[in-house]
Design a protein around this ligand. Structure first.
Ligand SMILES: [Zn+2]
Length: 460
């Protein structure tokens, strides 16, 4: 598989150091709120990357952290009158609910900053011992000029950064380019840990360097995240990790593009800021996942109601094909040539995904497959074709994390009771009652469709 490596600025064959286990680190959320769709994109994209690697037989160790100490969390805790840890616990639980709806498989390790404190302190001390960092009144700073390779990932080199750079009021660092590794506590009510430099807490960048090293080693295969993290976050991670180990931090870097809303940048001030939870009120999580994968991950993606409706319709077309295939009564016929033709779709799909995780291309191939299956279903298919096509559709959609829901869904008793009541009303030609139940179900996002195999439940 080839991926575009941000570090080299070209597509390269992805070769892990150890072929038995590819190590992958993805920057996780700062847990002070529900995740928004901009956060969700990297989680969905890189979860798909991992699923695809596994599909191709590559074992992956996947680490995604939770930043559970941060100014935003501290502020939120003050607003809500609870502790910073309670805020973090709450939004970690909410993250997992959203992730489940989006069919994101939990990482192998989800480390938390608060559980990694001794390692972070040791990392910072290691940088001081190596002469890469210094302490001033309880704050510790990384001395950026001591790392000559600074800027290789993002193109923000020291010579460019020093133009017009000033030290902000109140900061005691030696050089405007230096960044915080450890921050002294500013007030008694602020969450803080004991350290060789007094009570304080880590800076954001050092967390990822430490957690990556702790769970995946000094050199990892792949580090991924949103484009907005490239600078300064990822650049600083490299400076810290390589400054300490003297070894390359990550061989490959992948960055996903931005999300715009109605072609404008998403921001709270424009009031076009959507959390995943907002979207889930209106759409099934799979629709959002499908939408996020409908564009190549490196490009921007525009979110709008119309595009979500399109995604919903497209996904439903795929679901319908799968249901029809499942319901098809096999015919006595020899369609070995059609079974053999299925391989062509699989190969094209792999070709698309092998080319820098081109999910948009892979989805295009899936629709070609759907058209082919629909055509064959009209002519009748053998039991062997039915099995082979279902298996292929299933494995290719599983990699993208779509078409998972209807397989596992069980109809709850309340819903079944409503359906039975509607059927009874229809049988009695009591259209008023039947329509009222239909509206009640519609309000819950459920449509009933009468088919020759009985009633089909469609969740919107
Ligand atoms: Zn990070």
């Amino acid at each position: 598989m080839k991926i575009y490596n941000t570090l080299s600025r070209r597509k390269e064959e992805l070769v892990p150091q150890n072929k038995d286990m590819l190590t992958m680190y993805v920057c996780g959320p700062t847990v002070y709120n529900y995740i928004h769709i901009g956060n969700a994109r990297p989680f969905v994209v890189f979860d798909t990357m991992r699923k695809y690697l596994k599909y191709r037989g590559q074992n992956v160790k996947y680490v995604q952290n939770f930043t559970d100490v941060d100014d935003k969390i501290i502020n939120r805790a003050r607003e809500e009158g609870i502790s910073a840890l309670e805020v973090a616990d709450k939004y970690i639980a909410e993250y997992f609910k959203d992730a489940k709806e989006l069919n994101i498989t939990p990482a192998d390790v989800h480390p938390r900053v608060t559980e990694t404190m001794p390692d972070i302190i040791a990392f910072v001390q290691g940088l001081i011992d190596k002469g890469m960092a210094y302490e001033v009144d309880g704050d510790v700073y990384y001395e950026t000029r001591k790392f000559p390779k600074y800027g290789l990932l993002s193109g923000n080199f020291i010579e460019q950064l020093e133009v017009g750079a000033r030290i902000p009021e109140g900061e005691k660092k030696k050089d405007p380019l230096d960044f915080a590794l450890w921050k002294a506590r500013k007030s008694e009510d602020e969450i803080a840990w004991e350290s060789p430099w007094g009570m304080g807490r880590p800076g954001w960048h050092i967390e990822c360097s430490t957690m990556s090293k702790k769970y995946l080693g000094e050199t990892i295969d792949l580090h991924a995240g949103g484009q907005d993290l490239q600078f300064p976050h990822h650049e600083n991670e490299i400076a810290q990790s390589e400054g300490l180990s003297g070894k390359k931090f990550s061989n490959y870097w992948m960055h996903n593009g931005f999300i715009t809303v109605n072609n404008e940048k998403m921001s709270k001030s424009l009031n076009n800021f959507f959390t995943v939870r907002d979207i889930l009120k209106e759409y099934d999580g799979e629709v959002l996942r499908f939408f996020l994968l409908s564009a190549q991950y490196r490009g921007p993606i525009n979110f709008s109601h119309e595009l979500m409706e399109e995604a919903k319709t497209s996904l439903e077309r795929m679901r319908e094909c799968k249901r029809n295939l499942k319901a098809a009564v096999p015919a006595e016929k020899d369609d070995a040539d059609k079974i053999a033709a299925l391989d062509g779709f699989k190969n094209k799909y792999i070709e698309a995904m092998d080319d820098d995780l081109n999910t948009a291309g892979a989805i295009g191939v899936l629709f070609e497959l759907v058209r082919e299956i629909n055509t064959n279903l009209r002519d009748g298919v053998s039991a062997a074709y039915k099995d082979a096509a279902l298996k292929l559709l299933d494995e290719l959609t599983e990699v993208l994390g779509i078409l998972r829901k209807e397989d596992t869904e069980e109809i709850d008793a309340d819903l079944q009771a409503l359906i039975d009541k509607r059927q009874a009303a229809r049988a009695a030609k009591d259209w008023a009652t039947a329509d009222a139940i239909r509206d009640e179900l519609a309000a819950k996002g459920i449509t009933l469709k009468d088919t020759k195999d009985g009633i089909q439940i469609i969740r919107n």
